[in-house]
Write a protein that binds this ligand. Structure first.
Ligand SMILES: Cc1cc2nc3c(=O)[nH]c(=O)nc-3n(C[C@H](O)[C@H](O)[C@H](O)COP(=O)(O)OP(=O)(O)OC[C@H]3O[C@@H](n4cnc5c(N)ncnc54)[C@H](O)[C@@H]3O)c2cc1C
Length: 392
């Protein structure tokens, strides 16, 4: 049984079914909806999705990126271009894709609905779980009605504010990073032609950065603006006020194309960025319950790896369970052992990357010199440990 039908939960169901298990997903939402935003799927993640048979469903909607352009906000100049495209596909054996989240979800959902070994139950919330010799009893809730059901194991893929994590590790709480992500979409016709290429454009400025890339077959551009800020309200996502974000990206600190893009967005949504402690939390001794994705290890998005790590988790947990279906707690302990160090390294890299992007003054000048000196090809090689992960 899997709690949560996000990218992690849906992929876990597919990975488990591919290993011969039957999976039931319970999802508290009545209808599956993804934020109207794009997502980067680096080769470590796209490889797994391709192995699960998703390429025919995803490739028509995905854009295989040619490069990442790193730019200094104050000068507006490109510091270097990290080659992706055929170079990445050749190097890592899988593409670096960008997809609209709704397209990724639709592809996963189509594959799930097509699989007789997977049952997706919408409008049902995980409420409680108890481990015992036969596996677990999971209590599901709809309104006031509670329904217990026995399963071999429970996987908590229920996101940042996970109830399954709360049950296993009540003391572990997500911590606010002091950063807020604003997301918006614009029509590609609103930006200059060279900003419509199959590139991620990353502008680094003092205390803020801006990321833009094409989605929906290049018809639209996805914008993510990261700024520093306070967050005292409950929940973690809400509509954003366009005038507020425009004030962060003003002249002369930000170049014309960046300001143009920020000004063109009509409807913003903003996310407070939280993370779980480095290395995450996974399972407990003798429990047939494990966590996966943001529930286990929510991280800052600056390496674009949150969903990538959830997808890797899904492949590894299915592999470990298939190795010892009669010893679920042992399988989950091995899963945690295989994931912890890698995820901790990605979390640390994401945090450090965010700090480097937001440098100002002489530190920013030193960073820019360093990026130029290292160059795009070497910067790509430095990501091998993430992108070249091949899970057995
Ligand atoms: C600004 C930003 C940009 C990002 N960009 C990237 C990127 O480019 N690449 C990348 O790899 N990652 C990126 N990420 C991270 C990525 O979005 C997340 O890591 C990923 O979506 C997490 O997936 P998940 O399935 O673990 O959790 P979620 O997507 O949060 O899914 C959890 C599901 O569980 C359900 N649920 C919750 N509670 C219960 C319950 N009690 N019972 C039943 N169901 C429940 C929820 O309704 C939800 O459907 C980004 C994140 C942000 C904020």
């Amino acid at each position: 049984m899997i709690a949560g039908a996000g990218i992690g939960g849906l992929t876990a169901a597919l990975a488990l079914a591919a290993k011969g298990f039957r999976a039931v997903i319970i999802e508290k939402a009545e209808k599956l909806e993804e934020a109207g935003a794009g997502i980067q799927l680096s080769p470590n993640a796209s490889r797994i999705l391709i192995e699960l048979g998703l390429e025919p469903l995803l490739a028509p909607h995905a854009i295989a990126l040619d490069a990442v352009s790193m730019m200094s906000a104050p000068s507006g100049r490109e510091l270097t271009r990290i080659p992706l495209g055929d170079a990445a596909r050749f190097r890592y054996g899988a593409p670096y894709w960008i997809v609209h989240r709704a397209d990724l979800q639709a592809a996963l959902l189509a594959k799930v609905n097509d699989n007789p070994d997977i049952e997706l139950r919408l409008g049902l919330q995980f409420d409680d779980v108890a481990s015992h010799v036969k596996g677990v009893t999971v209590v599901q809730r709809k309104d006031m009605a509670r329904e217990p059901e026995t399963a071999l194991a429970l996987i908590g893929a229920d996101g940042l504010w996970s109830s399954v994590r709360n049950h296993l590790f009540p003391d572990v709480r997500p911590s606010f990073s002091g950063r807020i992500a604003w997301r918006g979409i614009i029509e590609a016709s609103q930006v200059p032609r060279d900003f419509r290429e199959k590139r991620v454009q990353l502008w680094m400025g003092r205390n803020a950065h801006l990321v833009a890339y094409p989605i929906s077959g290049g018809r639209r551009v996805n914008l993510v603006a990261i700024v520093e800020g306070e967050w005292n309200r409950p929940g973690w996502s809400e509509p954003g006020n366009a005038a507020e974000i425009k004030a962060y990206f003003d002249a002369p600190k930000w170049p014309v194309p960046a300001r143009l893009m920020v000004a063109a967005v009509e409807s913003w949504r903003r996310w407070a960025l939280y993370s779980i402690k480095d290395g995450g939390v996974w399972t407990k001794d003798n429990e047939n319950v494990a966590l996966l994705g943001d529930a286990a290890h929510a991280m800052l998005p600056f390496m674009a790896q949150g969903a990538g790590m959830a997808i890797e988790d899904a492949a590894v947990i299915a592999h470990c369970l298939a190795q010892s279906p009669g010893d679920v707690a042992g399988a989950f302990a091995r899963y945690a052992g295989q994931r912890r160090a890698r995820v901790a390294r990605v979390q640390r890299a994401a945090r450090m990357t965010g700090q480097i992007y937001h440098l100002g003054g002489p530190f920013a000048a030193a960073r820019d010199l360093g990026i130029r000196w290292i160059g795009g090809a070497q910067l790509l090689a430095r990501q091998d440990w993430i992108y070249d992960q091949r899970l057995g």
